[in-house]
Design a protein around this ligand. Sequence first.
Ligand SMILES: CC(C)(COP(=O)(O)OP(=O)(O)OC[C@H]1O[C@@H](n2cnc3c(N)ncnc32)[C@H](O)[C@@H]1OP(=O)(O)O)[C@@H](O)C(=O)NCCC(=O)NCCS
Length: 421
Amino acid sequence: MNDVAPGIPLTIVEVPPPTFRSRAAAAESIDGGPRLIELLAEAENALRRGEYGAAALQTDAAEVSALWALATHWRRRSVIALSGDAVVGLATVRVPLRESLDSARIRIGVASNAREHGIGGALIDVAERIAREEGRTRLRLRAPHVAGVPFDPSAGWIESPDGVGRVPAAAASSRFLTHHGWSLAGVERVSALDLQSGAASQTEALDAQIAAALAAIEPEYALHVWSGPTPPEWLGGVANLSADLPGDAPTGHAAAGESSWDVNRVASNDVRIAAANRTALVVGVEHVPTGTLVAFSELHLWRDHPNRPALQGLTIVHPEHRGRRLGLLTKARLVRELRERAPECPGIVTWSPESDARLVSLGERLGFRPIGVEGVWTKTLEPLPEEPETDEAAVTDAATAADVAAVTDEPAAAGTPTATD
Ligand SMILES: CC(C)(COP(=O)(O)OP(=O)(O)OC[C@H]1O[C@@H](n2cnc3c(N)ncnc32)[C@H](O)[C@@H]1OP(=O)(O)O)[C@@H](O)C(=O)NCCC(=O)NCCS
């Protein structure tokens, strides 16, 4: 036990990596084996409800297991903080395995009724220690700020270093992260498109935009629509376009910005998406004279939850083909396809960097409206001294590591590979 706050005995438990054979198998085994995965999914859901209140972004143990166990290009380690039987927080560290080998993405969250007791501080210490164990020093995490949540504006703002976007300095996450040595590196806009209100007029407006954009580019370009796994003829094109993304690309797509995309990775990612109960809906653009894929935009729909909003994934136009409204065309057509194929879908949620004026205005033209922003924070860990420390901080770390090992029934697992590659 780690007595972080008086009255709240806290245990931090590392969740062993799940094994995943099929969604059905995962669901059956939840009562027995991977109870900790279920607790992790619960904690994630509580956090997401607080962030965007959207049933949209809810998850479950089978989805968590699928996305985690079937990952081939990154490894994830997660811990949950327990107060008695109650999950009061989580921390996840995700490390890429093929590129950016000094980097890690972290997620931290504490249950809203357990904040300001030092639990977040304990979790971020554990997350940073795990990152170190994985050999990572460049850390990144995202802190959401939901539109409509009150904060004290007199405390001012923390401005994004690129000059576009800011987060409230008084927000709990801003104070917390600054206190723990993190810096704001950028701001992303979270937007939603409401597909249910004014549906008929929206459809007409979309049709007009699609017709105008198509008239300008045909017959040099042709549109292709697919749902589910990437058709074999476009696997190479999707891999090439994904690999070209810059490291700070929009992150609605979990692995955006990772350059090691190839045909096998696209195919294995399709398997993960399907196992996670999602269906991809994609509009691609072929450059007809060369037969290559030069743009695509993708959405993820929930197979068993048609009433959840769809998530926007990547939208990419090859640099040589920009300025021809291919971005607008693919996104508009995607919305149109979604309306036809899933008329009950309430909307789409998307993430775009505030600094990417083109992407932001493209979304606005299609009717997306901001629902919040996410601060992207970074921290670079200092190298550890060569000699083991004997001061108080080192003792605290050791105690936490012992707690983790004791409760998981497994060694604290320095870098147990979860990847299937
Ligand atoms: C940001 C977040 C993780 C902080 O979690 P937390 O458990 O409240 O964090 P802590 O208790 O360690 O620290 C928060 C504050 O409480 C104070 N505090 C810590 N222990 C305390 C105690 N026993 N009594 C009173 N105050 C205490 C800390 O000094 C800290 O103040 P500061 O932020 O001004 O430095 C939490 O607000 C959260 O989950 N937010 C939503 C998710 C999110 O934004 N995640 C991304 C950002 S990390």
